[in-house]
Design a binder for this molecule. Structure first.
Ligand code: SAM
Length: 286
């Protein structure tokens, strides 16, 4: 098995570096801190856990920190909550490497056991928890959820950054993701504040807000079907970003294009776009 080498982050927790994507799996400021702030706290999971049931879609499971942080919070608030987790991941050796190197040790033993079982067997079925780790390209594995009309209360969207993994930030993929979000209760959270990502979320029919997660230099994004009232508003800087060519979204009409193809298509579209050039915006706000 390929083994990823741990890289320590600012909060003492470890992450990995991906040679294939040329990027770390988490921010330098702190991997577990990111799971807690950017995903669990931004989605208000502690309050949602007071409900009888909770359904979570964890896109890009990786080492499993987002799922771990979610379970720890839910079980602290309401151990009786009936939790369903669907997690999507292309490379199971990431989760297996994390387990083999005991990187999940800061989570409670019960949470560690769930993560171990997910890495080994890809499914956990308990009286109050049903969790599945669906292996493969998320553009394909999400189809099974759509086909059974499965909809999440909370979606964690955590791919590598758009320039390194544009496949999972396209309008077409995010349309599939939006179909897996509950129209009444659902909220999607991501670390990305990229203008192209925010435009794609809007084109997928969602309203967007800005999340200020502790530790990170940039805000993240929260999205849902409700009108924007109540969502943390975008700053003037963020609103103006959406008027620039940085906001030209990634597209993948067949949902099977390569990263290279998606990047090239977007570059072509940026060249002919009516939107403002991004350089003046960058100078104005630097
Ligand atoms: C930024 S990391 C996610 C970190 C993770 N959420 C965690 O808490 O450890 C991105 C993950 O996306 C996975 N990935 C990359 N391309 C994918 C694809 N097309 N479908 C599903 N997963 C993919 C990578 O293997 C990697 O584990």
């Amino acid at each position: 098995m390929k083994v990823f080498a741990p890289v320590e982050t600012g909060d003492g927790s470890s992450t990995f570096y991906s040679e294939a994507f040329g990027e770390r799996f988490h921010s330098r400021e702190g991997a577990c801190n990111e799971a807690q702030k950017t995903y669990v706290e931004a989605s208000n999971l502690a309050e949602r856990a007071t409900e009888k049931r909770l359904k979570i879609l964890d896109i890009c499971y990786g080492l499993g920190y987002n799922t771990a942080a979610a379970l720890e919070t839910i079980w602290q608030v309401n151990p009786a909550c009936l939790v369903e987790i669907e997690a999507l991941e292309i490379d199971v050796t990431v989760a297996k490497s994390a387990i083999a190197q005991n990187l999940t040790k800061r989570y409670k033993p019960i949470v560690q056991t769930v993560l171990q079982q997910l890495a080994a067997e890809q499914t956990v079925q308990r009286p109050t928890l049903s969790a599945n780790l669906r292996l493969g390209d998320a553009r394909q594995t999400i189809q099974a959820l759509r086909q059974k009309s499965w909809q999440a209360d909370v979606i964690f969207l955590d791919p590598f950054s758009p320039p390194h993994c544009p496949q999972l930030w396209t309008v077409e993929f995010l349309q599939q993701v939006a179909q897996c979000l509950s129209p009444s209760t659902g909220v999607l959270v991501t670390y990305s504040c990229a203008a192209a990502v925010r435009t794609a979320l809007k084109q997928a029919g969602l309203f967007i807000g800005s999340t200020r997660a502790g530790g990170r230099k940039w805000p993240g994004t929260i999205a849902r079907y409700h009108d924007a009232a109540g969502l943390p508003p975008l700053s003037l800087q963020e609103q103006e970003h959406l008027q620039t060519r940085a906001a030209v979204p990634y597209e993948d009409p067949t949902l099977c294009a390569s990263a290279q193809e998606i990047l090239e298509l977007r570059s072509q579209q940026q060249r002919v776009s009516n939107l403002l050039p991004t350089a003046p915006w960058r100078r104005r706000w630097k």
